[in-house]
Design a protein around this ligand. Structure first.
Ligand code: PMP
Length: 400
């Protein structure tokens, strides 16, 4: 009965890893998926995560019962505090509802399903370009996806004018997806002043902001600074949604830990919204997994562990910044034609190199370097040892 099924294409990002795994070359390099690696090229489990897991294992009172539909209550409270700030007026006024979801992706999906059912506008504007999964998540949830201009290839920076024009002509009430920090794939974020202008435009037009916060702490190394754009939109008293992921900033990728928060007009609305979120979640996966959220809750609750986390997080962010500098210097040393200063200007895990798909294909074929065809490289997958190989490959690709 399934013989008519046609083979689907590999996921454009995860497919890079599939191709990488098949390559027998000893010099192969995977710069596709956005997962942190040490300078030895190894995946990293944070020390603080090991400690939290040890605590959980030692606690014999812990059981494996189901969590509530909305997840671990402590985790939800602490996650809201992390993104909105400990002194957030919205939290104090009980206007925020937070539900534990399956990492960032699951949080986006639950938020989108809720909007499709209960919000009067079905159109969501996403930046051009954006993380490849965004349009699929929103379309399948029943929203209609439009794009707003974001990246300017000529300056390799923000197309601020285009962004303002496109959001300015969006229909009233439309949903706007915003990357809270460390925009994926471009590494280009608005300045604080530009954020303020975006906020004014969004509020004056009655658009609904939906923040995707997948890299809190990864952009600047500071959890508070990276949350500033979200907090600006909370401070003005308006409504918004935010999807948080702990995949990158706690290195909990496969544990699938995240949260969706919806900031509402008042506590009464927040309670009703939460009751509807439960109806979205229950038939999808009933309730979320317990282990990863427990790790996060242990770390966020304990002042010492929290401080240790911020130090480890900063070390990851700093290593990425140092990779940017090393790659930039290596290209300059080779006299590679072009202005590569965007490598050090861009923010977060990724560099949008400006290499085209042909150049990327050349680098994969001749240098065994794997990356997405849009020229995005994950700086977190690079190490001092592999920078020269990548610089050689880029040099060869642009001088060919
Ligand atoms: N949003 C963005 C912008 C991302 O880059 C990612 C991960 N690559 C996610 C959301 C979701 O990640 P996860 O579901 O692993 O938390």
């Amino acid at each position: 009965v399934f013989s008519h099924v046609v083979r689907a294409p590999e996921d454009p990002i995860l497919g890079v890893t599939v191709a990488y795994n098949k390559d027998p070359s000893p010099v192969k390099l995977n710069l596709g998926v956005g997962a942190y690696r040490t300078d030895e090229g190894k995946p990293l489990v944070l020390n603080v995560v090991r400690k939290a897991e040890q605590q959980l294992v030692n606690d014999r009172s812990r059981v494996k019962e189901y969590l509530p539909i909305t997840g671990l209550a402590d985790f939800n409270k602490l996650s809201a505090k992390l993104i909105f700030g400990a002194d957030s007026p919205a939290i104090q006024e009980n206007r925020v509802t937070t539900v534990q979801c399956l990492s960032g992706t699951g949080s986006l999906r639950v938020g989108a399903e809720f909007l499709a059912r209960h919000y009067h506008q079905r159109t969501i504007y996403i930046p051009q370009p954006t993380w490849g999964n965004h349009p699929k998540v929103f379309t399948l949830a029943g929203l209609s996806v439009k794009t707003y201009r974001y990246y300017d290839p000529a300056t390799r920076g923000l197309n601020f004018q285009g962004l303002l024009e496109d959001l300015g002509s969006a229909p009233s009430g439309a949903i706007v997806l915003l990357h809270a920090c460390a925009h994926n794939p471009t590494g280009v974020d608005p300045t604080p002043q530009q954020w303020e202008n975006i906020r004014q435009l969004i509020r004056s037009k009655g658009l609904l902001p939906f923040f995707d916060s997948a890299y809190q702490g990864f952009a600047s190394g500071s959890l508070d600074s990276d949350a500033q754009p979200v907090r600006m939109f909370v401070a003005d008293g308006g409504e918004l949604l935010v999807a948080q992921s702990y995949a990158k900033n706690m290195g909990l990728y496969g544990e699938r830990v995240g949260a969706l928060s919806i900031v509402c007009r008042n506590a009464d609305v927040a309670g009703r919204v939460e009751s509807q979120l439960k109806l979205v979640i229950r038939p999808m996966y009933s309730n979320p997994p317990i282990h990863g959220a427990s790790i996060v809750a242990v770390i966020l609750k304990d002042r010492n562990l929290y401080n240790e986390w911020t130090i480890e997080l900063k070390a990851m962010a700093d290593r990425i910044i140092s990779m940017r500098r090393q790659l930039f210097d290596a290209l300059r040393a080779r006299g590679t034609p072009g202005d590569w200063s965007h490598i050090i200007k861009q923010i977060g895990m990724f560099t949008f190199t400006g290499l085209n798909s042909e150049q990327v294909a050349f680098m994969t074929k001749e240098y065994h370097i794997y990356m997405t065809s849009d020229g995005r490289i994950s700086m977190a997958g690079l190490s001092s040892k592999t920078v020269p190989h990548l610089a050689d490959a880029i040099h060869a690709a642009v001088t060919r």
